[in-house]
Design a binder for this molecule. Structure first.
Ligand code: NAD
Ligand code: MG
Length: 396
């Protein structure tokens, strides 16, 4: 018996995770149908994706760009319907005909559509870690109440997930702690005293992964790992002290679970996002992903080292935020999004990203009720962004 085709909505389809997702989906047309796509600004990229994958819907938050896409699609004879406005992302994510949503938007902007997908009970493939870092308990509650299936796409969290049994109720008894691996990014061996001078292009030149610019800068500061610590806390229901980080420059061991009996389970593979994406799509089965074979005989020796707190001061802000008032992780995320945008814009030095993040976390305190609703969280996010923007302006 053939299984029914799954209809997939890809949020952020023109990005790095989005295009990798479409690559995997295109390998399995009998299993998956591309139902809806969305992008922020690249009209021509989204146009090309619509012509290739023929989704029923394409959504763009910006009305002018949506109109441009609509006109170009019509001219090309496409039947894809274009939706406009920020709400259109939630609309396609919660559409009754959608089975799975790939959340591949970058930043807190993905929170509302993620919650919409969760409340509508979808299989939610989460790459958009910032949404979970901001949403925290409210996000997990939406998943539970909506009867959604939340599956990690971040390679480290997919690795942990692959090392755990399907029955989630067994996780607390099984896990002593987890070890998230980190490549250390492009500045792992650079003299920390010279980090004030690095350019956006240097920060985005990741040694092992090709990714969007925001996450690339986060990898260079290790704020990406800080966000992943917070992400792991929610995905696996762990206490902050059960999450550890090790630098592993080869990015072959994608993360590890240390069990109660001290058995250590790890997931290995070449660094290719199509592996966790394919697993999220096909779980609990496995499908061909397009990734290359791991040849351990040709792989450089696998090594591990401690993250240097002087070179990577931002990493520890994750545990600090998790132990602070609820909502602190949303503050940290908002400050970091603003600081990274300012750095990419050359309004802030690389080493000042930490200063903005640490000071925002310490000074901007969440208020009671901020975390009780999406509006409360978005309000907190906006306050933290304003605080960080003022700080960035004062540092210029
Ligand atoms: P990217 O910048 O390459 O793509 C982002 C996508 O989101 C684009 O399609 C863009 O149009 C859309 N987008 C951006 N801002 C938006 C907004 N305000 N509203 C609606 N859409 C918006 O980013 P990426 O590298 O693909 O990363 C996406 C997410 O996945 C991030 O949260 C990142 O941390 C996570 N992630 C990425 C990788 C990777 O290999 N790239 C790995 C693990 C996790
Ligand atoms: Mg990751």
């Amino acid at each position: 018996m053939t299984s029914p085709t799954r209809r997939v909505c890809v949020l952020g389809s023109t990005g790095s995770v989005g295009t990798n997702t479409l690559d995997v989906l295109a390998r399995h047309p009998e299993r998956y149908e591309v139902f809806a796509l969305s992008a922020m600004s690249r009209v021509d990229d989204l146009l090309a994706q619509c012509l290739q994958h023929k989704p029923r819907f394409a959504a763009m938050p910006d009305a002018t760009k949506a109109a441009e896409l609509r006109a170009k699609l019509r001219e090309a004879g496409s039947r894809t319907e274009v939706l406009a406005g920020a709400e259109s992302l939630s609309e396609i994510a919660a559409h009754p005909d959608v089975d799975m949503v790939m959340a591949a938007i970058v930043g807190a902007a993905g929170l509302a559509p993620c919650l919409a997908a969760a409340r509508a009970g979808k299989r939610l493939l989460l790459a958009n870690k910032e949404a979970l870092v901001v949403g925290g308990a409210l996000f997990m509650q939406a998943v539970e109440e909506g009867g959604a299936t939340l599956l990690p796409i971040d390679s480290e969290h997919s690795a942990i997930f692959q090392c755990l049994p399907e029955d989630r109720s067994a996780w607390p008894h099984r896990i002593d702690h987890i070890v998230l691996t980190a490549s250390g990014g492009p500045f792992r061996q650079r003299d920390p005293k010279t980090l004030a001078d690095v350019t956006p292009d240097q920060a985005c030149a990741h040694p092992n992964w090709v990714m969007g610019r925001k996450i690339s800068v986060d990898s260079a500061t290790m704020m990406n790992k800080a966000l992943e610590v917070i992400e792991a806390r929610w995905l696996f229901g762990l206490a902050p002290e059960q999450i550890k980080v090790l630098i592993h420059p080869q990015s072959i061991v994608h993360s590890m679970v240390v069990c109660r009996d001290m058995s250590v389970l790890a997931q290995l593979g070449t660094p290719d996002m199509r592996v966790p994406i394919a697993y999220g799509l096909s779980f609990p089965e496995r499908i061909e992903s397009g990734a290359g074979r791991l040849d351990l005989l040709k792989t450089p020796p696998l090594s591990f080292e401690e993250a240097d707190a002087i070179r990577f001061p931002g990493l520890h802000l994750s545990w600090q935020a998790l132990r602070s008032a609820e909502g602190s992780t949303a503050v940290l995320n908002a400050a970091n999004e603003e600081a990274v945008a300012a750095f990419l814009d050359r309004r802030l030095r690389f080493d000042q990203i930490y200063r903005v993040n640490a000071q925002s976390l310490e000074q901007l305190l969440p208020e009671a009720g901020d975390c009780a609703s999406v509006d409360g969280l978005l309000n907190l996010d906006a306050r933290a962004r304003r605080y960080a923007q003022e700080l960035i302006a004062s540092l210029a």
